[in-house]
Design a protein around this ligand. Structure first.
Ligand SMILES: Nc1ncnc2c1ncn2[C@@H]1O[C@H](COP(=O)(O)OP(=O)(O)OP(=O)(O)O)[C@@H](O)[C@H]1O
Ligand SMILES: [Mg+2]
Length: 505
Protein backbone atom coordinates (compact mmCIF):
# COMPACT_ATOMS: atom_id res chain seq x y z
CA UNK A 1 0.00 0.00 0.00
CA UNK A 2 1.82 3.09 -1.14
CA UNK A 3 -0.98 5.56 -0.96
CA UNK A 4 -2.60 6.29 2.36
CA UNK A 5 -6.02 7.88 2.68
CA UNK A 6 -6.31 10.48 5.46
CA UNK A 7 -9.50 10.79 7.48
CA UNK A 8 -10.67 13.64 5.19
CA UNK A 9 -10.45 11.34 2.17
CA UNK A 10 -7.34 13.00 0.51
CA UNK A 11 -4.55 10.75 -0.65
CA UNK A 12 -1.14 10.98 1.00
CA UNK A 13 2.02 9.36 -0.33
CA UNK A 14 4.15 6.97 1.66
CA UNK A 15 7.28 9.12 1.92
CA UNK A 16 9.60 6.28 2.88
CA UNK A 17 8.46 4.33 -0.13
CA UNK A 18 9.10 7.25 -2.49
CA UNK A 19 12.51 7.85 -0.99
CA UNK A 20 13.42 4.20 -1.36
CA UNK A 21 12.13 4.06 -4.93
CA UNK A 22 14.06 7.26 -5.61
CA UNK A 23 17.27 5.67 -4.47
CA UNK A 24 16.63 2.53 -6.46
CA UNK A 25 15.74 4.36 -9.65
CA UNK A 26 18.77 6.61 -9.22
CA UNK A 27 20.89 3.50 -9.00
CA UNK A 28 19.11 1.89 -11.99
CA UNK A 29 19.40 5.07 -14.06
CA UNK A 30 23.09 5.33 -13.34
CA UNK A 31 23.49 1.66 -13.95
CA UNK A 32 21.71 1.88 -17.30
CA UNK A 33 23.58 4.90 -18.47
CA UNK A 34 26.94 3.94 -17.17
CA UNK A 35 29.23 1.45 -18.74
CA UNK A 36 30.31 0.14 -15.42
CA UNK A 37 29.02 -0.06 -11.89
CA UNK A 38 30.48 -1.73 -8.89
CA UNK A 39 29.92 -1.84 -5.16
CA UNK A 40 32.50 -2.43 -2.42
CA UNK A 41 32.23 -3.17 1.29
CA UNK A 42 33.81 -1.10 4.06
CA UNK A 43 37.18 -2.80 3.43
CA UNK A 44 37.05 -1.81 -0.24
CA UNK A 45 36.45 -5.41 -1.33
CA UNK A 46 34.22 -5.91 -4.34
CA UNK A 47 30.74 -7.13 -3.35
CA UNK A 48 29.07 -6.61 -6.72
CA UNK A 49 30.16 -5.63 -10.22
CA UNK A 50 28.18 -5.57 -13.43
CA UNK A 51 29.07 -7.82 -16.31
CA UNK A 52 30.28 -5.14 -18.72
CA UNK A 53 32.58 -3.56 -16.20
CA UNK A 54 34.00 -6.88 -15.03
CA UNK A 55 34.65 -7.87 -18.65
CA UNK A 56 36.48 -4.62 -19.31
CA UNK A 57 38.96 -5.53 -16.59
CA UNK A 58 39.41 -9.07 -17.79
CA UNK A 59 36.87 -10.92 -15.64
CA UNK A 60 34.62 -12.90 -17.99
CA UNK A 61 32.63 -14.02 -14.99
CA UNK A 62 31.82 -11.13 -12.59
CA UNK A 63 31.63 -13.65 -9.73
CA UNK A 64 35.40 -14.08 -9.96
CA UNK A 65 35.87 -10.45 -8.90
CA UNK A 66 33.75 -10.74 -5.77
CA UNK A 67 35.71 -10.54 -2.56
CA UNK A 68 38.86 -9.16 -4.18
CA UNK A 69 40.40 -5.82 -3.17
CA UNK A 70 39.05 -3.13 -5.48
CA UNK A 71 42.57 -2.36 -6.79
CA UNK A 72 43.00 -5.98 -7.85
CA UNK A 73 39.97 -5.66 -10.07
CA UNK A 74 40.25 -2.03 -11.14
CA UNK A 75 43.84 -0.84 -11.00
CA UNK A 76 44.04 2.84 -9.94
CA UNK A 77 40.65 2.63 -8.23
CA UNK A 78 40.25 5.24 -5.49
CA UNK A 79 37.35 3.44 -3.85
CA UNK A 80 39.48 2.66 -0.81
CA UNK A 81 39.86 6.38 -0.25
CA UNK A 82 36.06 6.80 -0.42
CA UNK A 83 35.36 4.10 2.15
CA UNK A 84 38.18 5.33 4.38
CA UNK A 85 37.23 9.00 4.35
CA UNK A 86 33.48 8.55 3.86
CA UNK A 87 33.61 11.31 1.25
CA UNK A 88 32.43 11.03 -2.35
CA UNK A 89 34.62 11.74 -5.37
CA UNK A 90 31.93 13.12 -7.61
CA UNK A 91 33.85 13.44 -10.83
CA UNK A 92 37.24 12.01 -11.65
CA UNK A 93 39.19 10.48 -14.48
CA UNK A 94 40.24 6.88 -14.06
CA UNK A 95 43.30 5.82 -16.00
CA UNK A 96 42.98 2.39 -17.58
CA UNK A 97 45.14 0.48 -20.00
CA UNK A 98 42.76 1.68 -22.75
CA UNK A 99 41.07 5.08 -22.86
CA UNK A 100 40.45 6.85 -19.54
CA UNK A 101 36.96 6.86 -18.04
CA UNK A 102 34.92 9.48 -16.26
CA UNK A 103 33.95 8.03 -12.89
CA UNK A 104 31.77 8.92 -9.94
CA UNK A 105 32.34 7.35 -6.55
CA UNK A 106 29.93 7.59 -3.64
CA UNK A 107 30.10 6.25 -0.09
CA UNK A 108 27.28 4.05 1.22
CA UNK A 109 26.26 4.90 4.78
CA UNK A 110 24.15 3.06 7.36
CA UNK A 111 21.43 4.69 9.46
CA UNK A 112 24.03 5.98 11.90
CA UNK A 113 26.02 7.66 9.18
CA UNK A 114 28.81 5.08 9.31
CA UNK A 115 30.39 4.24 5.96
CA UNK A 116 29.69 0.61 5.16
CA UNK A 117 30.83 0.58 1.56
CA UNK A 118 30.91 2.51 -1.67
CA UNK A 119 29.46 2.49 -5.13
CA UNK A 120 31.23 3.56 -8.30
CA UNK A 121 29.93 4.37 -11.77
CA UNK A 122 32.00 4.71 -14.90
CA UNK A 123 30.53 6.86 -17.63
CA UNK A 124 32.51 6.27 -20.77
CA UNK A 125 29.74 7.36 -23.10
CA UNK A 126 29.65 10.72 -21.47
CA UNK A 127 33.14 11.34 -22.73
CA UNK A 128 31.67 12.61 -26.00
CA UNK A 129 29.92 15.43 -24.19
CA UNK A 130 33.12 16.15 -22.34
CA UNK A 131 35.31 16.45 -25.40
CA UNK A 132 36.74 19.92 -24.58
CA UNK A 133 37.69 18.87 -21.07
CA UNK A 134 39.02 15.65 -22.43
CA UNK A 135 41.18 17.42 -25.02
CA UNK A 136 42.61 19.53 -22.23
CA UNK A 137 43.24 16.42 -20.17
CA UNK A 138 44.94 14.64 -23.07
CA UNK A 139 47.22 17.62 -23.54
CA UNK A 140 48.09 17.60 -19.85
CA UNK A 141 48.75 13.86 -20.07
CA UNK A 142 51.08 14.34 -23.03
CA UNK A 143 52.99 16.99 -21.10
CA UNK A 144 53.19 14.69 -18.10
CA UNK A 145 54.53 11.89 -20.26
CA UNK A 146 57.22 14.24 -21.61
CA UNK A 147 58.12 15.32 -18.07
CA UNK A 148 58.32 11.67 -17.03
CA UNK A 149 60.60 10.90 -19.95
CA UNK A 150 62.96 13.66 -18.96
CA UNK A 151 62.82 12.43 -15.35
CA UNK A 152 63.73 8.97 -16.58
CA UNK A 153 66.63 10.56 -18.35
CA UNK A 154 67.62 12.38 -15.16
CA UNK A 155 67.44 9.07 -13.30
CA UNK A 156 70.06 7.54 -15.54
CA UNK A 157 73.63 7.75 -14.37
CA UNK A 158 75.28 11.01 -15.38
CA UNK A 159 78.80 9.67 -15.16
CA UNK A 160 80.69 6.51 -15.94
CA UNK A 161 84.05 5.33 -14.64
CA UNK A 162 85.64 7.19 -17.52
CA UNK A 163 84.44 10.46 -15.95
CA UNK A 164 86.65 9.77 -12.93
CA UNK A 165 89.90 11.43 -13.94
CA UNK A 166 93.10 10.21 -12.34
CA UNK A 167 95.96 7.85 -13.07
CA UNK A 168 97.81 8.09 -9.74
CA UNK A 169 98.10 4.78 -7.88
CA UNK A 170 95.51 5.98 -5.38
CA UNK A 171 93.02 6.90 -8.14
CA UNK A 172 93.63 3.64 -9.97
CA UNK A 173 92.98 1.69 -6.82
CA UNK A 174 89.70 3.56 -6.29
CA UNK A 175 88.62 2.76 -9.84
CA UNK A 176 89.61 -0.87 -9.46
CA UNK A 177 87.51 -1.22 -6.30
CA UNK A 178 84.60 0.60 -7.93
CA UNK A 179 84.66 -1.69 -10.97
CA UNK A 180 84.60 -4.67 -8.67
CA UNK A 181 81.71 -3.15 -6.73
CA UNK A 182 79.78 -2.71 -9.97
CA UNK A 183 79.87 -6.45 -10.58
CA UNK A 184 78.24 -7.45 -7.31
CA UNK A 185 74.95 -6.69 -5.60
CA UNK A 186 76.08 -5.94 -2.05
CA UNK A 187 75.84 -2.44 -0.55
CA UNK A 188 78.71 -0.05 -1.20
CA UNK A 189 79.88 2.59 1.22
CA UNK A 190 81.77 5.53 -0.26
CA UNK A 191 83.86 7.46 2.22
CA UNK A 192 85.91 10.55 1.71
CA UNK A 193 86.13 14.27 2.28
CA UNK A 194 83.78 16.66 0.58
CA UNK A 195 84.34 17.05 -3.15
CA UNK A 196 86.43 13.90 -3.63
CA UNK A 197 84.03 12.38 -6.17
CA UNK A 198 81.76 10.13 -4.11
CA UNK A 199 78.66 11.04 -6.09
CA UNK A 200 80.52 10.72 -9.37
CA UNK A 201 81.70 7.26 -8.38
CA UNK A 202 78.20 6.22 -7.27
CA UNK A 203 76.96 7.08 -10.76
CA UNK A 204 79.86 5.16 -12.26
CA UNK A 205 79.13 2.05 -10.18
CA UNK A 206 75.45 2.13 -11.14
CA UNK A 207 76.28 2.70 -14.81
CA UNK A 208 78.73 -0.20 -14.76
CA UNK A 209 76.30 -2.57 -13.02
CA UNK A 210 73.66 -4.94 -14.32
CA UNK A 211 71.10 -2.41 -13.09
CA UNK A 212 72.31 0.33 -15.44
CA UNK A 213 69.07 0.36 -17.45
CA UNK A 214 67.01 0.77 -14.30
CA UNK A 215 66.76 4.03 -12.32
CA UNK A 216 69.45 5.53 -10.15
CA UNK A 217 67.57 7.40 -7.45
CA UNK A 218 69.36 9.72 -5.04
CA UNK A 219 68.30 10.83 -1.58
CA UNK A 220 70.44 13.53 -0.05
CA UNK A 221 69.75 12.83 3.59
CA UNK A 222 71.28 16.07 4.83
CA UNK A 223 69.29 18.27 2.48
CA UNK A 224 65.86 17.06 3.62
CA UNK A 225 64.33 18.08 6.96
CA UNK A 226 64.16 15.14 9.38
CA UNK A 227 60.38 15.28 9.53
CA UNK A 228 60.04 14.70 5.78
CA UNK A 229 62.68 12.00 5.43
CA UNK A 230 60.46 9.02 6.17
CA UNK A 231 57.96 10.02 3.49
CA UNK A 232 60.82 10.74 1.11
CA UNK A 233 62.15 7.22 1.65
CA UNK A 234 59.05 5.12 2.01
CA UNK A 235 56.22 7.22 0.59
CA UNK A 236 52.82 7.95 2.11
CA UNK A 237 49.28 6.69 1.68
CA UNK A 238 46.65 9.11 0.36
CA UNK A 239 45.81 11.66 3.02
CA UNK A 240 48.25 10.10 5.49
CA UNK A 241 50.34 13.16 5.82
CA UNK A 242 49.50 16.82 5.81
CA UNK A 243 51.28 18.57 3.01
CA UNK A 244 51.16 15.55 0.76
CA UNK A 245 48.43 15.66 -1.83
CA UNK A 246 45.48 13.38 -1.40
CA UNK A 247 46.83 10.84 -3.83
CA UNK A 248 49.74 10.14 -1.54
CA UNK A 249 53.34 9.92 -2.50
CA UNK A 250 55.65 7.26 -3.90
CA UNK A 251 58.84 6.95 -1.88
CA UNK A 252 62.34 6.84 -3.34
CA UNK A 253 62.69 3.21 -2.29
CA UNK A 254 59.82 2.27 -4.57
CA UNK A 255 60.99 4.57 -7.36
CA UNK A 256 64.36 2.86 -7.35
CA UNK A 257 62.85 -0.63 -7.68
CA UNK A 258 65.11 -2.77 -9.83
CA UNK A 259 67.77 -0.06 -9.79
CA UNK A 260 70.11 1.66 -7.35
CA UNK A 261 69.27 3.85 -4.38
CA UNK A 262 72.05 6.31 -3.64
CA UNK A 263 71.92 7.48 -0.04
CA UNK A 264 74.05 10.57 0.08
CA UNK A 265 75.25 12.02 3.42
CA UNK A 266 74.05 8.89 5.22
CA UNK A 267 75.87 10.04 8.37
CA UNK A 268 73.20 12.72 8.82
CA UNK A 269 70.35 10.25 9.07
CA UNK A 270 68.27 10.51 12.27
CA UNK A 271 68.47 7.41 14.48
CA UNK A 272 64.76 6.57 14.25
CA UNK A 273 64.94 6.44 10.49
CA UNK A 274 68.14 4.39 10.63
CA UNK A 275 66.14 1.59 12.30
CA UNK A 276 63.46 1.76 9.61
CA UNK A 277 66.07 1.76 6.88
CA UNK A 278 67.79 -1.25 8.40
CA UNK A 279 64.49 -3.12 8.54
CA UNK A 280 63.68 -2.22 4.93
CA UNK A 281 67.12 -3.45 3.84
CA UNK A 282 66.77 -6.71 5.75
CA UNK A 283 63.18 -7.49 4.76
CA UNK A 284 63.34 -5.94 1.29
CA UNK A 285 59.90 -4.55 2.01
CA UNK A 286 58.34 -1.67 3.88
CA UNK A 287 55.07 0.07 4.58
CA UNK A 288 54.43 3.58 3.27
CA UNK A 289 53.41 6.04 5.99
CA UNK A 290 49.75 5.69 7.00
CA UNK A 291 49.08 2.71 4.76
CA UNK A 292 48.52 -0.94 5.49
CA UNK A 293 50.11 -1.83 2.21
CA UNK A 294 53.38 -3.73 2.05
CA UNK A 295 55.65 -2.61 -0.75
CA UNK A 296 58.41 -4.86 -1.99
CA UNK A 297 61.36 -3.19 -3.57
CA UNK A 298 64.51 -4.64 -4.96
CA UNK A 299 67.15 -1.94 -4.65
CA UNK A 300 70.89 -1.94 -4.55
CA UNK A 301 72.22 0.52 -1.98
CA UNK A 302 75.16 2.82 -2.45
CA UNK A 303 75.71 5.07 0.55
CA UNK A 304 78.14 7.95 0.87
CA UNK A 305 79.32 10.24 3.60
CA UNK A 306 82.08 12.68 4.36
CA UNK A 307 81.49 12.12 8.07
CA UNK A 308 83.59 9.79 10.19
CA UNK A 309 81.05 6.96 10.51
CA UNK A 310 82.96 4.81 13.02
CA UNK A 311 83.22 7.88 15.26
CA UNK A 312 79.47 8.47 14.90
CA UNK A 313 78.91 4.82 15.82
CA UNK A 314 81.13 5.22 18.86
CA UNK A 315 79.16 8.32 19.90
CA UNK A 316 75.88 6.45 19.51
CA UNK A 317 74.73 8.71 16.69
CA UNK A 318 74.85 6.00 14.05
CA UNK A 319 73.54 2.48 14.55
CA UNK A 320 76.33 -0.06 14.58
CA UNK A 321 74.16 -2.73 12.91
CA UNK A 322 73.30 -0.38 10.04
CA UNK A 323 76.95 0.57 9.70
CA UNK A 324 77.98 -3.09 9.38
CA UNK A 325 75.17 -3.73 6.93
CA UNK A 326 76.32 -0.88 4.69
CA UNK A 327 80.02 -1.41 5.18
CA UNK A 328 80.24 -4.59 3.12
CA UNK A 329 82.30 -3.01 0.41
CA UNK A 330 83.75 0.35 1.34
CA UNK A 331 85.78 2.59 -0.90
CA UNK A 332 87.85 5.43 0.49
CA UNK A 333 88.24 8.33 -1.87
CA UNK A 334 91.56 10.01 -1.19
CA UNK A 335 91.68 13.79 -0.86
CA UNK A 336 93.18 15.62 -3.81
CA UNK A 337 96.26 16.61 -1.81
CA UNK A 338 97.01 12.90 -1.33
CA UNK A 339 97.10 12.32 -5.08
CA UNK A 340 98.80 15.39 -6.42
CA UNK A 341 99.85 13.60 -9.60
CA UNK A 342 96.23 13.83 -10.68
CA UNK A 343 95.97 17.58 -10.28
CA UNK A 344 97.15 18.64 -13.72
CA UNK A 345 95.25 15.95 -15.64
CA UNK A 346 92.17 17.06 -13.69
CA UNK A 347 92.84 20.72 -14.52
CA UNK A 348 93.16 19.95 -18.23
CA UNK A 349 90.10 17.72 -18.34
CA UNK A 350 87.93 20.19 -16.44
CA UNK A 351 89.13 23.26 -18.37
CA UNK A 352 88.49 21.51 -21.66
CA UNK A 353 84.99 20.48 -20.61
CA UNK A 354 84.14 23.95 -19.30
CA UNK A 355 85.57 25.71 -22.36
CA UNK A 356 83.42 23.56 -24.65
CA UNK A 357 80.38 24.32 -22.51
CA UNK A 358 81.13 28.04 -22.58
CA UNK A 359 81.70 27.85 -26.36
CA UNK A 360 85.12 29.44 -26.14
CA UNK A 361 88.64 28.50 -27.19
CA UNK A 362 90.20 25.99 -24.86
CA UNK A 363 91.66 28.27 -22.24
CA UNK A 364 95.34 27.86 -21.41
CA UNK A 365 97.03 28.28 -18.06
CA UNK A 366 100.52 29.74 -17.79
CA UNK A 367 103.19 27.92 -15.81
CA UNK A 368 102.93 30.26 -12.83
CA UNK A 369 99.17 29.66 -12.71
CA UNK A 370 99.69 25.90 -12.78
CA UNK A 371 102.27 26.26 -10.03
CA UNK A 372 99.78 28.19 -7.92
CA UNK A 373 97.20 25.44 -8.36
CA UNK A 374 99.78 22.80 -7.48
CA UNK A 375 100.79 24.60 -4.31
CA UNK A 376 97.27 24.99 -3.08
CA UNK A 377 95.91 22.72 -0.39
CA UNK A 378 92.47 22.01 -1.93
CA UNK A 379 90.44 21.46 1.23
CA UNK A 380 87.33 21.32 -0.99
CA UNK A 381 89.06 18.77 -3.26
CA UNK A 382 87.99 18.31 -6.89
CA UNK A 383 84.77 20.26 -6.41
CA UNK A 384 86.73 23.28 -5.26
CA UNK A 385 89.14 22.89 -8.14
CA UNK A 386 86.24 22.75 -10.54
CA UNK A 387 84.64 25.85 -9.03
CA UNK A 388 87.84 27.82 -9.30
CA UNK A 389 88.31 26.77 -12.91
CA UNK A 390 84.69 27.56 -13.68
CA UNK A 391 85.16 31.08 -12.39
CA UNK A 392 88.34 31.46 -14.43
CA UNK A 393 86.62 30.32 -17.59
CA UNK A 394 83.67 32.62 -16.95
CA UNK A 395 85.54 35.71 -15.84
CA UNK A 396 88.73 35.70 -17.90
CA UNK A 397 88.71 36.62 -21.56
CA UNK A 398 92.41 35.97 -22.09
CA UNK A 399 93.37 32.75 -23.84
CA UNK A 400 96.07 32.09 -21.31
CA UNK A 401 95.62 32.82 -17.64
CA UNK A 402 98.50 33.74 -15.32
CA UNK A 403 98.96 33.43 -11.56
CA UNK A 404 98.05 37.08 -10.91
CA UNK A 405 94.63 36.58 -12.50
CA UNK A 406 94.10 33.27 -10.82
CA UNK A 407 95.22 34.14 -7.29
CA UNK A 408 92.15 36.20 -6.23
CA UNK A 409 89.89 33.40 -7.38
CA UNK A 410 91.39 31.00 -4.92
CA UNK A 411 89.62 33.11 -2.29
CA UNK A 412 90.04 32.76 1.42
CA UNK A 413 91.49 29.30 1.34
CA UNK A 414 94.53 30.38 -0.61
CA UNK A 415 97.70 28.31 -0.62
CA UNK A 416 99.04 27.36 2.69
CA UNK A 417 102.71 28.24 3.22
CA UNK A 418 103.00 25.16 5.42
CA UNK A 419 104.44 22.23 3.49
CA UNK A 420 101.67 19.80 2.67
CA UNK A 421 102.06 16.23 3.81
CA UNK A 422 102.25 14.06 0.71
CA UNK A 423 100.21 10.86 0.36
CA UNK A 424 99.56 9.65 3.84
CA UNK A 425 96.75 7.33 2.82
CA UNK A 426 97.48 4.06 1.29
CA UNK A 427 94.78 3.08 -1.16
CA UNK A 428 91.80 1.38 0.42
CA UNK A 429 92.50 2.75 3.87
CA UNK A 430 90.61 5.59 5.51
CA UNK A 431 92.06 9.00 4.75
CA UNK A 432 93.78 10.81 7.58
CA UNK A 433 91.66 13.31 9.46
CA UNK A 434 91.45 16.59 7.56
CA UNK A 435 92.98 18.74 10.28
CA UNK A 436 96.23 16.79 10.35
CA UNK A 437 97.01 17.38 6.72
CA UNK A 438 95.87 20.95 6.34
CA UNK A 439 96.78 22.97 9.38
CA UNK A 440 96.47 26.32 7.64
CA UNK A 441 92.99 25.66 6.31
CA UNK A 442 91.66 24.61 9.66
CA UNK A 443 92.77 27.82 11.39
CA UNK A 444 90.19 30.60 11.40
CA UNK A 445 90.87 33.13 8.65
CA UNK A 446 89.38 36.56 8.10
CA UNK A 447 86.81 36.66 5.32
CA UNK A 448 88.25 38.92 2.62
CA UNK A 449 86.36 41.87 1.26
CA UNK A 450 86.35 41.35 -2.50
CA UNK A 451 88.11 43.98 -4.55
CA UNK A 452 85.23 46.33 -5.11
CA UNK A 453 85.46 48.17 -8.45
CA UNK A 454 85.32 45.17 -10.76
CA UNK A 455 82.41 43.60 -8.90
CA UNK A 456 78.67 44.02 -8.74
CA UNK A 457 77.12 43.96 -5.28
CA UNK A 458 75.57 40.56 -6.05
CA UNK A 459 78.88 39.10 -7.23
CA UNK A 460 80.68 40.47 -4.17
CA UNK A 461 78.05 38.99 -1.85
CA UNK A 462 78.23 35.65 -3.64
CA UNK A 463 81.99 35.63 -3.22
CA UNK A 464 81.67 36.52 0.44
CA UNK A 465 79.08 33.82 0.98
CA UNK A 466 81.17 31.18 -0.76
CA UNK A 467 84.21 32.09 1.32
CA UNK A 468 82.20 32.18 4.54
CA UNK A 469 80.59 28.78 3.96
CA UNK A 470 83.94 27.37 2.91
CA UNK A 471 85.54 28.62 6.10
CA UNK A 472 82.79 27.13 8.22
CA UNK A 473 83.22 23.79 6.42
CA UNK A 474 86.98 23.85 6.84
CA UNK A 475 86.70 24.63 10.50
CA UNK A 476 84.46 21.59 10.94
CA UNK A 477 86.53 19.19 8.91
CA UNK A 478 84.02 19.18 6.06
CA UNK A 479 81.08 18.09 8.23
CA UNK A 480 78.10 20.00 6.94
CA UNK A 481 75.79 19.42 9.91
CA UNK A 482 78.41 20.77 12.29
CA UNK A 483 79.31 23.72 10.05
CA UNK A 484 75.63 24.65 9.68
CA UNK A 485 75.11 24.52 13.45
CA UNK A 486 78.19 26.64 14.02
CA UNK A 487 76.98 29.47 11.82
CA UNK A 488 73.40 29.13 12.99
CA UNK A 489 71.58 27.89 9.91
CA UNK A 490 69.89 24.59 9.12
CA UNK A 491 71.67 21.80 7.27
CA UNK A 492 69.19 22.12 4.44
CA UNK A 493 69.82 25.88 4.16
CA UNK A 494 73.57 25.25 4.23
CA UNK A 495 73.32 22.81 1.35
CA UNK A 496 71.10 25.12 -0.64
CA UNK A 497 73.46 28.05 -0.21
CA UNK A 498 76.46 25.89 -0.97
CA UNK A 499 74.85 24.61 -4.15
CA UNK A 500 73.96 28.18 -5.17
CA UNK A 501 77.48 29.49 -4.61
CA UNK A 502 78.86 26.51 -6.46
CA UNK A 503 76.54 26.95 -9.37
CA UNK A 504 74.68 23.75 -8.56
CA UNK A 505 77.77 21.58 -8.46
N1 LIG B 1 88.14 12.11 -10.17
C1 LIG B 1 87.37 13.07 -10.68
N2 LIG B 1 87.43 13.35 -11.99
C2 LIG B 1 86.68 14.33 -12.52
N3 LIG B 1 85.82 15.08 -11.81
C3 LIG B 1 85.71 14.83 -10.51
C4 LIG B 1 86.46 13.81 -9.87
N4 LIG B 1 86.12 13.79 -8.58
C5 LIG B 1 85.20 14.74 -8.41
N5 LIG B 1 84.95 15.38 -9.56
C6 LIG B 1 84.01 16.48 -9.76
O1 LIG B 1 84.02 17.24 -8.57
C7 LIG B 1 82.71 17.62 -8.20
C8 LIG B 1 82.38 17.06 -6.84
O2 LIG B 1 82.31 15.65 -6.90
P1 LIG B 1 81.21 14.83 -6.09
O3 LIG B 1 79.93 15.60 -6.05
O4 LIG B 1 81.18 13.47 -6.63
O5 LIG B 1 81.88 14.88 -4.65
P2 LIG B 1 81.40 14.28 -3.26
O6 LIG B 1 82.49 13.43 -2.76
O7 LIG B 1 80.06 13.66 -3.44
O8 LIG B 1 81.30 15.57 -2.36
P3 LIG B 1 80.35 15.90 -1.10
O9 LIG B 1 80.79 15.03 0.04
O10 LIG B 1 80.61 17.34 -0.81
O11 LIG B 1 78.96 15.65 -1.55
C9 LIG B 1 81.79 17.14 -9.30
O12 LIG B 1 81.61 18.18 -10.22
C10 LIG B 1 82.57 16.01 -9.92
O13 LIG B 1 82.23 15.84 -11.26
MG1 LIG C 1 78.17 14.23 -2.65
Amino acid sequence: MHKIADPGGALLFDYDYVARRGMESLFRTFENFSEGTFVVDEHARVVWINKRYAARFGFTNPQDAIGLDCEQVIPNSLMREVVTTGKPILLDLLETDREPMIVTRLPIKDDNGRTIGGVGFALFDELKALTPIFAHYSRAQAELAAARRSLDHARRAKYTFASFVGASPAAQEVKRQARRAALVESPVLLLGETGTGKELLAHGIHAGSARAERPLVTVNVAAIPDTLLEVEFFGAAPGAYTGVDRKGRVGKFELADGGTLFLDEIGDMPLALQSKLLRALQDREFEPLGSNRIVRSDVRIIAATSADLPALVAEGRFRADLYYRLNVLSINLPPLRARRADLLPLVYAIVEELSIKAERHPMGLRDDALQLLSDYDWPGNVRELRNVLERVVMLCDEDSVDAATLAPLLGARRASPVPVVEPVTSPGEPSAPAAETRPAAAAPMPVPVPEAPAQSYAAAMAQFEAAFLGQALDACGGRVAEAAARIGISRAAFYKKLAATRGGL
